[in-house]
Design a protein around this ligand. Structure first.
Ligand SMILES: NC(=O)c1ccc[n+]([C@@H]2O[C@H](COP(=O)([O-])OP(=O)(O)OC[C@H]3O[C@@H](n4cnc5c(N)ncnc54)[C@H](OP(=O)(O)O)[C@@H]3O)[C@@H](O)[C@H]2O)c1
Length: 336
């Protein structure tokens, strides 16, 4: 099969399109003929090997352990492992290729990939492979931020900082579907898109600072993390919650060793004393449960993935360079 192969950490130029053997599904895995896969910031992190800590978290210390990048995909089941019960050959599916962490290559930028059955769901008929591939990891993060950490309820006022990006454009639609009043913050060019996705109010971050306005929110989901918690707290109701998704802005913050981890650890420690910071709640939602919820929203039409551009498999390096420019509205998708 054709696949994008990643033999050493570096710029997207290190990636090569090669002919390699098809993977084989283990007992609890499904072999999928990939039709579309999405490009998200964690793909950039693993290709570059930055921050360095990810290399110790399973990605491979000196070189990538798994050779094919990409974690989110949609396609058709080619064959199934002996213990697989939920899918049959010919089913159209979407999901992730890992059950756990995103910070490693997942094999999706290839004509075929294996994935655990519990990380997949049947693709709704009303969405394309491209749209379905755009949802899994971003949707998982959005759901976790809104419901698990943010404890969002109908009627609450939510602000999504960075609402025009991969995670934000899904979080905005999910928050509306859960009955919230949603304010989306992003740059001037993305505001029409936020309105079209259902935002009740929009704020242009190039002109206005939401932490300095009179408005108060029950939940702030902060994707770019460009304000401190102390600043965001001014915009929270007394029992409001602040959830940081965080963004390393493709190395531009210069945190090459630990990335945003120290900031998360500090917030976790503060959450013991500050009720506006969510406490670590276990267990985390499973990917199986999350992908099932996302499927329902797609089927209901309350979630419509926004695709900025599509690229061919051979153009993955170009797609990652475009992602790094930070201009995409919604998601970037690779089609096979
Ligand atoms: N998407 C995924 O599938 C995925 C998977 C795993 C982890 N994550 C993590 O989730 C985080 C977010 O990913 P993403 O895909 O949503 O990133 P993204 O597509 O780059 O979105 C970030 C958004 O924030 C906006 N932004 C930048 N500066 C801002 C500011 N000062 N105020 C308000 N908005 C601002 C950006 O707009 P402009 O750049 O146009 O200003 C962009 O619309 C990353 O840390 C990523 O590692 C994402």
């Amino acid at each position: 099969m054709k696949a994008i192969v990643h033999n050493k950490y570096g710029s997207p130029d290190v990636l090569e399109l090669l002919e390699i053997d098809k993977p084989v599904a283990k007992d609890d895995e499904v072999l999928v003929r990939v039709h579309a896969a999405s490009v998200h910031p964690d793909v950039w992190h693993v290709v570059t090997g930055l921050p360095y800590v990810l290399r110790l978290m399973g990605s491979g210390v000196l070189a990538p352990k798994d050779r094919i990048p990409g974690t989110d995909m949609a396609g058709k089941v080619e064959s199934i492992g002996k213990k697989v019960t939920q899918f049959r050959p010919g089913d159209e599916v979407f999901g992730e290729t890992h059950l756990a962490l995103q910070w490693r290559n997942g094999g999706a930028f290839a004509e075929y990939v294996v994935a655990p059955e519990d990380a997949l769901a049947l693709k709704p008929r009303n969405v394309s492979f491209e749209q379905a591939a755009a949802v899994p990891a971003s949707g998982f993060i959005a759901l976790q931020a809104l419901r698990h950490e943010g404890q969002l309820e109908a009627g609450q006022k939510v602000l999504i900082n960075g609402a025009g990006g991969g995670v934000g454009s899904i979080a905005l639609q999910l928050a509306k579907a859960y009955g919230a009043h949603v304010t989306g913050v992003d740059d001037t060019e993305k505001l029409d898109m936020l309105r079209a996705l259902g935002a009740d109010e929009v704020i242009d971050y190039t002109r206005d600072d939401f932490t300095r306005r009179a408005e108060r929110y029950d939940l702030i989901v902060d994707i770019p993390g460009n304000h401190s918690f102390a600043d965001c707290r001014r915009a929270l109701t007394p029992y409001g919650k602040y959830v940081l998704v965080g963004h390393d802005h493709f190395g531009k913050l210069g945190h090459r060793v630990l990335g945003s981890l120290p900031r998360f650890l500090k917030l976790m420690a503060m959450s013991l004393f500050v009720h506006q910071l969510p406490k670590m709640r276990l267990p985390l939602p499973t990917k199986k449960a999350s992908i099932a919820v996302l499927k329902q929203f797609l089927e209901a039409g309350t979630l419509t993935p926004v695709i900025d551009r599509t690229y061919a498999l051979a153009q993955v390096p170009e797609a990652i360079r475009y992602l790094r420019e930070g201009r995409a509205r919604g998601k970037i998708v690779v089609t096979m």
